[in-house]
Ligand binder design. Sequence first.
Ligand SMILES: N[C@@H](CCC(=O)N[C@@H](CS)C(=O)NCC(=O)O)C(=O)O
Length: 227
Amino acid sequence: MITLHGFSASNYYNIVKYVLLYKEIPFEEHEIYGGGDEWLAISPVGKVPAITTADGQHLSESAVICEYLEETYPGKPLYPSEPLERARVRQLMKVAELYLELPSRALIPYAFSGRLAPEPAVANARHQTARGLEAMRRLCRFAPHIAGNTFTIADIYVHYVNAVVLAIGCPQMDWDIIGEVPGMKEWGLAMRDSDIARRVEAGRKANEPAFFEYISKYMTDNPTPGK
Ligand SMILES: N[C@@H](CCC(=O)N[C@@H](CS)C(=O)NCC(=O)O)C(=O)O
C-alpha cells in the first residue's frame, strides 16, 4: 500500500491526497513535519508531501507524484490523452504555482508571526501575482472545469494552490486576488462541494492543533526575516 508522508495542513499534501482518494488508490497517512537523514532519504529537499510506493520506493514533489500516480493507476484519468491538451493542463498548474502560490507563500513567515510583511516584500508579491493573474485570465476556461469540459489534475492543483493565496496572500496584500479572475470564485465554491474535498478539508481541520504547535516552535527557532 502507498504511504503518504506529511501533514494535512499542507496544500501540496492535500493535492496528492485528493488524487489518491479520487483514483480510489489504497493509502495510509504518515504524519511527519520534517526530520533528519531518515526523512531526507524519503524527501530529499525535506518538504511535504512525499510518498512511499507500494513496492517501497520514495518520491517527492507533488506534481511529480501526481504524474506517477496517473501513469501507475490510469483508471479515472486526470490528464487529457491528447498531448497539447495535456501540456495545457500542466501549463495551468505551473503558472498557478509559480505566479500565484509562490508569491503568497513567500509571505507565510510574516503571517505566522502575526504581522504584515514589509512594503518591499508586499510590492514584490503583488508584482508577481499580477503577472500570474494576467496569465490565469487568459488560460482558465471554467467550462465548467478549469481547463475545459473535463475534470483534470489542474482543477485539483489550482484549487489547493488557491488555499495559500486565500489564507496568506489576500490578507497580506490586502487584495481580493481570486476575484481578479472572472469565474474563479464560483469554480472554487464548486470545487469545495464534493465528498473528496470535504474529506480533505476535515483532515486539514483535524491537523490544525498539531500544525500550529509545530509552527510556533518553528517560528521561535527561525525568526521572521527582517525582525
Ligand atoms: N514543490 C514542492 C513544495 C512543497 C512544500 O513547499 N511543502 C511545504 C508544506 S506546504 C513544506 O514542506 N515546507 C517545509 C519546508 O519548507 O521546510 C511540492 O510541490 O511538493
